[in-house]
Design a protein around this ligand. Sequence first.
Ligand SMILES: [Zn+2]
Length: 722
Amino acid sequence: MSTQSRIRGIRILKAVGSPLRIQILNNLFDRGPLTYTELVSALKMNPSHDAGRFAYHLKSLLKADLVEADANTRKYLLTDLGKLVVETADRIDKKALHPKNILIRSSRAAIEEFDPNKIVNALIHEAKMPSEEAEKVAKEAEKQLLRAKTKYLTAPLVREVVNAILIEKGLEEYRHKLTRLGIPVYDVAIQLENQQSITQIAGQTVLKEYVLLNALPRDIADAHMSGAIHIHSLHTWILKPAEIIHDARHYFQHGLNLESIDSTKPAIPPPQNLTTALTTVFNALVHAAKETEDMQTLEYFNVFLAPYTRGTDPAVSKQALREFIIALAQHVSTGLSIELVTPDHVAKETARVPKPAGKYADYEEETQRVASQILEIIEEQSLNKPLLNPRLIIKIRPETQTNPRAHALLLKAHKLAVETGIPYFSNHTDKTQKQTVHTPTGFRLDADLDNDWETDTLRTGLLGTVTVNLPHAAVEAEKDKTRFYEIVRERIEMAARALEIKYRALRQHGKTQLPFLAQQENGDQYYRIENAARVINFAGITQAAEIFAGNPLPDDKTHSFIEETAQTIMAFINRIGRKRGKRLLPATLPAQKTNERLAIVDAERYGIGKIRYAGTRDKPYYTTIAHLNLQNNIADPLRDTLENLRAGGNLTVIELGATPEQPDQLLNITKQLLENKTEFFTYNLKQTYCINCKKISLGNLHKCPNCGSVTMLTYYNRHANT
Ligand SMILES: [Zn+2]
């Protein structure tokens, strides 16, 4: 380097040799070009008092070629040389403060040298921030981290610092995208002490936050958080459908074609006998369970299985069924739909075992025997305590009452109901309900898309559920009915959008996330996602009406408010449904946790005095389903009023009293319920199981009547707080 250029270099250093001049350079670097006035105020100088001093320093920077003036914008900006000087000063600053570079434990579990460029890259790629702005933020973060002299720098800590800077600078949108999903160390430590699977909880927490932050628009996420709506199973919202209704014939005909999912896996051939048929169905459910959030229902189960039992010794077939049911009880939430007679629409179909072998009508005897054996097995397995899974759905048809064997089976199912409360009954006595299917969660589907019971109701199911909190809307509306319906319409629209997002996500990721359900046979995908129902569930219609009308049911004003609300909701849903695609269905489903959460959130927000609720002050909940007592008239007063609102699902629970009924007495009650057009119902038995002496007692007791234990008790009370 020549002496002359060295002299120039020193002159430049001289030019920056004043704190005020360094401040001017830093301000221009951080904020970009500034006018004279802006610069003066950025330096917190007095425009009249300090004018001379400021002008002097600015001039010397202009002379040293570190700053230039733009005549057009009348702004001062850094020259390239000026930028270089600021950057060099930073480097010197860093070296002086920290002779050694700081180390950082990165997210890839490696130790690396801290590099601010990584922050710049993250801001550009993850947050989509313009590079210039990203560099400024990174520089600020580096400065803060160095100043703090942190001994152990981790990637999450760096991210926290960057996020804090983004908030300070009002760059909240970018911060949103940079959020790190995870759970605090303390929470993990707590969960390790609990029995629940920590990997499951950690995964759920992260996915739930991801859905709230990234998959759903802000208004929907906020509505969920505030309890205005409730999105069911948020953590799998973009990953799995809620429920599947299976067609076992598919697996009887094709076996398990796992090869199409993973070429190293076996291709299981179509089953040739009863044992392999049940093993194949069990394995299909296990595979599908990984891709289904909640319930899997085997529709027409005993009808489709019946041909495999022909010629099998009844004792052998019962043992195979027993093993199947015990395996299901351990591994998969399953609904078994049981026919007591072969329904017409199935009877005329060709039976496959797996080769065509007559019609299903030819196997009525076997169908009824399988039904009988399943009822016996569940009863045997429930001797100590009720077997809650698989759940049985007993389908009642007009022929059930005229066919003597079917009637005997119905009585047998009522014996099971008296003893355990287990079976669900679905009413198909009305012509329009012939091909309707129900799952044990209350969800229902009609054959109403193409009037084809196979494509409309099988190999499809429940896509997802969003519950709309009606009392929340009622409190918010402050007794203004027009406002109330406006809010409800907004919430329904949000629910429909959330369901649309779910549908699109599953379609988009179906091939990778749902390989088993999305498998194809001759170009025909097993799971008919486009036919899956999107359910908008309504919680607390009764409580909302009470807020407006003032009195609990039975009250005419309250009742007519419920009626009007139900009609208004139907009108909204029909309008949105036309826009948002088929099968947007309203429902009143038994969802205990949701019903409790929404009431608790509202009680905390508005005060328990402001809301109406069922349950107690400490444990309030909103109601969705009908609870009837044997003492009262055995009819749901809201049945007609809410019929349309229950199109996507409903349940009527009849509480059994303290004195055990006889099966034929209960069957008489069922007949009344059928006449009242009750669609889907179950009898509930409150029971207490003592783990100490392995005995079950009637009622929810505080003390085991047998051994006196107060700590070893398990309570049975399905559909409480719904
Ligand atoms: Zn006991």
